[in-house]
Write a protein that binds this ligand. Structure first.
Ligand code: C2E
Ligand code: MG
Ligand code: MG
Ligand code: MG
Length: 277
């Protein structure tokens, strides 16, 4: 009976694995067409000053309208893009698009930095720096108005060349931030060595902040440590006034989350910039 159960369990497991593999394959095939069919767009989410609420920056987030419908979330299709290598052309498109947008806003008088997420595969690529440099030159955007968001995984994927690449990017004037901080395996000592400007506290911490005392303690400690190292500290996923107040008092520099605005199309973001002018 045990064996039969085991077999049943095994079949069940492989069936769901097959299903997932088929789903990913479906996403990959559709994603291949996404760029040529102009199905990708960027939404922008405000980063606000923790005290004044002023918009201090925008994070560019990829959206995919497959066949005119928003079928897939980035958490579903970014991993597929990463595994298939499609993230290279897609990531290059994101970078170019975001820089052009930031340049357009700069020319309208809204000089706010734009943040772009970078995948490990992009960051590891030997040509990453020259793509970055080309995009900056081509768009005419001041390097200080571009920020790259790297996760701990991305930074750690770069191997020995990481520190020198980060330095080169910094020397070009581009801002660097460490995304989803606290969820990866980046030890605190890296923070000292890597030329990172800002640290983004992952939203899992923010989510539990007001319900779990340990989370509150850890979050406060991360903020204090980052501040003492001279880093800008941003909290992501801020949804409530309670979370906002806690983070402000703990010393967060900037806040980002639905409370201050969900990711929105460029035109809406521009209205928001104009409204507070
Ligand atoms: P991320 O860079 O950490 O982006 C933050 C995510 O949190 C976004 O999800 C955003 O919509 C969501 N978010 C913002 N405020 C709130 C909030 O108050 N509550 C909650 N629950 N969520 C909030 P999104 O847009 O689905 O993106 C998910 C992830 O996909 C991003 O995480 C990023 O890692 C990746 N991603 C998105 N666009 C790109 C891209 O252009 N390139 C690369 N390489 N990755 C991207
Ligand atoms: Mg990000
Ligand atoms: Mg994040
Ligand atoms: Mg994330």
């Amino acid at each position: 009976a045990v064996k039969a159960q085991g077999q049943h369990g095994y079949r069940f497991f492989t069936a769901s694995m097959h299903e997932r593999a088929r789903a990913r394959r479906g996403i990959e095939i559709a994603l291949r067409q996404a760029l040529p069919r102009h199905e990708l767009s960027l939404h922008y989410q405000p980063k606000v000053d923790a005290h004044s609420g002023r918009v201090m920056g925008a994070e560019a987030l990829l959206r995919w309208h497959a066949n005119g419908h928003e079928l897939y979330q980035p958490d579903q299709f970014i991993p597929v893009a990463e595994d298939s290598g499609l993230i290279l052309p897609i990531g290059a498109w994101v970078l170019r698009r975001a820089c052009r947008q930031a340049r357009a806003w700069q020319q309208l008088g809204y000089a706010i930095p734009i943040s772009v997420n970078v995948s490990p595969l992009q960051f590891q690529h030997a040509d990453f720096y020259s793509w970055l440099d080309d995009v900056l030159n081509e768009s005419g955007l001041d390097a200080e108005l571009l920020e790259l968001e790297l996760t701990e995984r991305t930074v750690m994927s770069g191997g020995d060349a990481t520190t020198s690449l980060l330095r080169r990017i910094k020397q070009r004037g581009v801002l660097l931030s460490l995304d989803d901080f606290g969820t990866g395996y980046c030890s605190l000592s890296y923070l000292k060595h890597f030329p990172i400007d800002a640290l983004k506290i992952d939203r899992v911490f923010v989510h539990d902040l007001t319900s779990d005392r340990d989370t509150a303690t850890i979050t406060s400690a991360i903020i204090a440590m980052a501040r003492s190292l001279g880093k800008v500290v941003i909290a992501e996923g801020v949804e409530t006034h309670e979370q906002s107040a806690f983070l402000r008092h703990a010393g967060c520099t900037q806040l980002q989350g639905f409370l201050f605005g969900a990711p929105m199309p460029a035109a809406r973001f521009e209205q928001r910039l104009a409204a507070v002018d």
